[in-house]
Design a protein around this ligand. Structure first.
Ligand code: ATP
Ligand code: AMO
Length: 434
């Protein structure tokens, strides 16, 4: 490895250090050149003085923005340098030169539209604020996985290529699989459930789901990072919500504690929801919208974007950034348990976080006879689901689970306007590269 330390580890008055990174900024003041060098952990100032180091001073005249350089030198305390320390160089080397002009400014705080940023994503990803989003994202996923590992959940991987859709209705991307038609997976749901029948008891997957929806919103993408969970021997869907609530609280707490620098860079004051997440029925949700906001969703069986936002405001005012809506009347999917005489229409729930749906889940139907009846009444072609129906027919414990959109979680935690900012190389109906 090339010898170097991170800029954040440079202490004033330490012995000679070596750092390496991209040239973030160049300030030429005549007999004095300031280079601000950027690595993954931050920025550091290097001061080249003509009088003190004439040869290096001469060499640095040719430096360009975003060149990759390595500098060896003595760290000195300095009030005017970012981080309070600067380096007086004894060695300076350009490792690789950057072409110029750059299609996107990295160091200057210029508003650039999202589409230009995404067209030049590799450069945009260099910006400290963009990097902060992905450091935060990594922290969130690691924390989430840590919680499930500690609780004894099994880390699984389900196939991304399948013969049919998980939920039938949603749009699928067709692919050619050797000489037969297949689809990109829309959800690991059926496989998670099969694993419950197989006795795995509690599983999680950090995976990918594909949705061929034709959207133009700030919260939809075609390739989604999905955090899926399934657990067996539940009493009811409240057990599933408990798991989701505790794991999310833990992940947010970890990020609040470990990603202070990133939250600062993004100007986010992250509130960890320590109180129980409110759990309201769908009818109660409609009631709040109607009486408090005079809002009636167009489709009375679903919450619309505005409805979610208004409910988000309602609960945020009471100190609850996250809450569950339980029992959607339109979503008695064949796999959702529909308990006779239950006061809850179906055992499905959504988690709304900061005014946006973050996850969907519920208690599943584990009684195969009832499920097949439901499928037939919904007009689902049971022949396409033989593998699933069969897997569940040899004894299946009561179970439930959910899928959480990781990109939406990152979007909300990092305070981003658009979900695509939370994805390194996002896919939407109009974007297939980079
Ligand atoms: P899921 O599809 O998993 O339920 P979702 O958040 O996409 O998650 P939807 O029920 O599809 O949930 O959509 C929720 C809301 O998002 C809709 O009520 C609608 O207001 C809005 N929405 C969805 N698709 C579009 C679209 N193409 N254009 C504008 N708004 C949309
Ligand atoms: P659902 O279809 O609601 O549920 O998806 C779960 C969560 O995934 C996210 N999501 C999306 N994010 C970005 N762009 C999209 N196009 C998109 N579609 C969905 C949302 C959503 O809440 N099988 C069930 C889960 C389960 O019950 O286990 C499912 O996939 O955050």
């Amino acid at each position: 490895m090339i010898e170097r330390i991170h800029t954040s580890d440079v202490e004033p008055d330490a012995d000679e250090v070596a750092i390496a990174g991209h040239v973030h900024e160049i300030r030429d003041l005549g007999g004095l050149v300031f280079l601000i060098v950027r690595d993954r952990e931050g920025l550091i100032q290097i001061v080249f003085k003509e009088e003190r180091e004439p040869e290096l001073f001469e060499a640095v005249q040719d430096v360009g923005a975003e060149d990759v350089v390595r500098v060896v030198g003595e760290p000195l305390e300095s009030d005017q340098a970012p981080g309070g320390v600067e380096i007086a160089p004894t060695e300076y080397e350009v490792i690789d030169e950057a072409d110029s002009p750059l299609p996107l400014e990295i160091s200057k705080d210029i508003e650039v539209d999202l589409s230009t940023r995404l067209d030049n994503r590799a450069l945009d990803l260099r910006k400290p604020e963009t990097l902060a989003v992905f450091t935060l994202r990594s922290e969130l996923i690691t924390a989430m996985e840590e919680w499930f590992d500690d609780e004894g959940f099994v880390d699984i991987k389900t196939p991304l290529i399948s013969k049919g859709g998980a939920e039938g209705g949603a749009e699928l991307f067709p692919i050619l699989y050797y000489n037969q038609d297949a689809f990109l997976s829309q959800s690991p749901q059926l496989y998670k459930q099969m694993l419950m029948a197989s006795g795995y008891e509690a599983v999680y997957e950090t995976g990918t789901a594909f949705r061929a929806e034709d959207f133009a919103t700030s919260r939809h993408v075609s390739e989604i990072a999905m955090f899926d969970v399934e657990l067996a021997y539940i009493d009811d869907h409240d057990d599933v919500m408990d798991v989701q609530e505790e794991s999310l609280r833990y992940a947010l707490r970890e990020v609040a504690e470990n990603a202070e620098r990133e939250l600062d860079l993004l100007d986010v004051d992250l509130e960890v929801p320590e109180d129980d997440f409110p759990r309201i029925t769908f009818d109660e949700a409609l009631d709040i919208l109607e009486t408090e906001y005079g809002h009636f969703p167009d489709d009375p069986t679903d919450l619309d974007t505005k409805g979610e936002k208004l409910l988000g405001e309602h609960f945020e005012e009471q100190g609850h950034p996250a809450f569950f809506v339980v029992g959607y009347p339109d979503e008695k999917f064949y796999y959702m348990q529909d308990v006779p005489d239950d006061d809850i229409a179906s055992r499905k729930f959504d988690l709304i976080y900061k005014g946006q749906e973050l996850s969907s889940g519920g208690q599943r139907e584990h009684d195969v006879e009832r499920m097949v009846e439901e499928m037939e009444s919904e007009g689902v072609e049971t022949a396409n689901f033989e593998f699933y129906i069969e897997a569940l027919s040899y004894g299946t414990p009561p179970h439930g689970g959910y899928g959480l959109g990781i990109d939406r979680l990152v979007q909300k935690v990092a305070g981003l306007d658009n979900i695509k900012e939370a994805i390194m190389f996002p896919r939407d109906p109009n974007r297939l590269e980079p």
